[in-house]
Design a protein around this ligand. Sequence first.
Ligand SMILES: Cc1ncc(COP(=O)(O)O)c(C=O)c1O
Length: 407
Amino acid sequence: MGETIKWTANKMQIKRGQGAATRLFNQAEIDKARNFHRTFPQYQPTPLRSLKYLAKALGVAGIYVKDESYRFGLNAFKALGGSYAMARYLAGHLNRDISEMPYEVLTSEAVKRQLGDITFATTTDGNHGRGVAWTARQLHQKAVVYMPKGSAKQRLANILAEGAEATITDLNYDDAVRMTATKARENGWVVVQDTAWEGYEEIPAWIMQGYGTMSAEALTQLQEIGVARPSHVVVQAGVGALAGSVEGFFTSLFQEQRPKMVIVEADQANCLFKSAQAGDGKPRTVGGDMATIMAGLACGEPNLIGWRILRDYSEMFVSCPDWVAAKGMRILGSPLSNDPRIISGESGAVTTGLLWTLLQDKGLREAKESLGLNRESHILLFNTEGDTDPATYRSIVWDGEYASAAK
Ligand SMILES: Cc1ncc(COP(=O)(O)O)c(C=O)c1O
């Protein structure tokens, strides 16, 4: 698809009044998820990094990166979703409220005896499956994980190290999701998938609520440094569960004063961008291999819960070639002056690469103006993963693979 960044302003955005319901992500729901995560012995809010020198260089008031490479020692945000969904599922099984199921209870021998053996199954490019495997191990339960064709060996190794049964298939992500669902039906496994489709919405909704811990922490951290709310949030999307959760949270809280939301995809897997371009409210899909270095974003079929929110409340959709992610990795890895260094993987860094290009490249001036990015802007980004594929990280950051097409 070439070298250029493509963008489309969202013509379906609802500026006033009611769009898709965001009550799944209201403060009370997100507090439940956050209170649950707080019971984990590994829990600590991940850092919110303020890149002051980068903001100054780019002529905006602030750039803040929520660094999820610190989450639970797992190098990505994803376990927030899997762990919460698995806990909600088990709480339901035991007829208890999630507030009665802190980590200590959930992982106890007594609960294991009550539940018996359960197998959780999922499809993943790496991060989500690692989170599911990590949670299953702590619950003394089993996880079966399928990965799409071309998945990184190191990401497979990380999942196997959590004691899961894991294999790389020869299917793309969306076909692997379908295969997992079929196998789960045949074997009586519980599917913990981070995307929703017609008839499968409860577990994905819990996963998205689990991601809410990250947005809630970020807002608290911003408010602690005197930023009442960000003016813009730029968030990456594969199926759009993460983006839907972030947007649901900020919309539920701020309604018409919500930050302007920019949704960023890999150009080889830009199903949300295509859906926005079509402009009739219906989701579109992308098929084939979706060959992108942004493995976490290589998903061609939108999450339906996410799509409804993104359709109604996003400001802009952007489709990015691989060099944008590579540029972001280098910007974050070798920061200006005293800005903190952030180790960011391909899917984590694309929003930084995009922000730099949006604010610098004359070819994107119209997009910048349409977003109202200026000296007053406080922009929130999420580094959703660290160097989860260390070999690729080095070939990009050290050896300069995927050179920038915009300088
Ligand atoms: C690191 C990383 N960032 C972003 C995403 C995108 O999340 P979603 O598929 O919910 O859009 C993923 C998904 O796997 C991921 O692994």
